[in-house]
Write a protein that binds this ligand. Sequence first.
Ligand code: SAM
Ligand code: SF4
Length: 366
Amino acid sequence: MITDCVDGFGRKINYLRVSITDRCNLRCVYCMPEEGVVWLPHDDILRYEEIERIVRVGVGLGIDRVRVTGGEPLVRRGVVEFIGRLAAIQGLQDISLTTNGVNLPEMAGALASAGLRRVNISLDTLQPERFAQVSRVDAHAKVLAGVEAALAAGLHPVKLNVVVLRGFNDDEVADFAALTLTRPVHVRFIELMPLGESGKIEEDRFVASAEIKARLERVRPLLAPPPVPGQGPAEYFQWGEGAVGTVGFISAISEHFCASCNRLRLTADGRLHPCLAMDRTVDIRTALRGGADDREVAGIILEAVGRKPRRHYMSAGLTGAVAEAAAADPAGDVEGDAARGVDSPADDGPADHEEIKRRRMFRIGG
Ligand code: SAM
Ligand code: SF4
């Protein structure tokens, strides 16, 4: 039986990513449809006190890092006070935030004062017109101001998340990397994952990290950098001698980092997700609202830890139930099976459209 946050594959789970809302003030093409999203009903969304309780109980089990995300976390009222309450939890060593940055110009100072240490800001392009295309909102200047506000507020490190899309922003990777020469920012290039709306984006938009590295290396060497706090799954480099920031690569598809996965996700409506790419979620809200004591809450967290799969199969285009079948295959060489034309438990075919639509990053928490 599992008694602390170590899963069935010996991985210590110490990182909880908490989505506090599914709502957002942008509509990134790979994440949300332009219209017609049915938002979670207000009563289904966990109250801040409920999230705080889950975090407290989780800390007792070994969780020591929390990332607040969404949807867009900075659109939920009371988020600054919530961060302050998290910061007061003994034993929680690291609180971070992932945001699109639009509201950071007004909020960065208050967030830092409340106890936020660091921030990841999503920014896919340095060109205002492209930003309006990819996010469907004209807010580029606000995000750039948000990056400056985060630096001025002393948030450290400031990381920029760039999802690279072929034919859209892949010609900007050197421009992004150039920011690190003079600004103390950490630019992370993220491989597009086949989740949510991106399931509808053409496959040839995907750009593997190796290709981006090769492009950058044609201009300057990628050198081993000093360690970046909260390093996580990204692989970091200094783009030539003297660069003050770093470039990083998050290769969830081409080099999945499941062997070192240390995370659980909590959705805004109170489900624990053991893996972004699979089902096996555990409802924690019903127990909380039904008067469960802390031991029962701990039991639910441990159940979710125990449900973590060995790895995901997004590189084979598999999510959800089909991936579950693949995960249950002891050989588990789904990509190899597909390449060799061998039958595998995943041969029901790739995830269907409904399945992909259901698995939305803004719902699960990115
Ligand atoms: N709204 C906030 C933001 O954009 O930073 C937080 C939530 S968002 C879902 C978290 C991160 O997930 C963002 O950096 C976004 O670019 C990334 N993301 C969303 N859909 C993705 C996909 N299909 N593949 C890779 N990254 C994705
Ligand atoms: Fe909103 Fe973030 Fe999704 Fe973009 S990636 S639509 S900012 S939740």
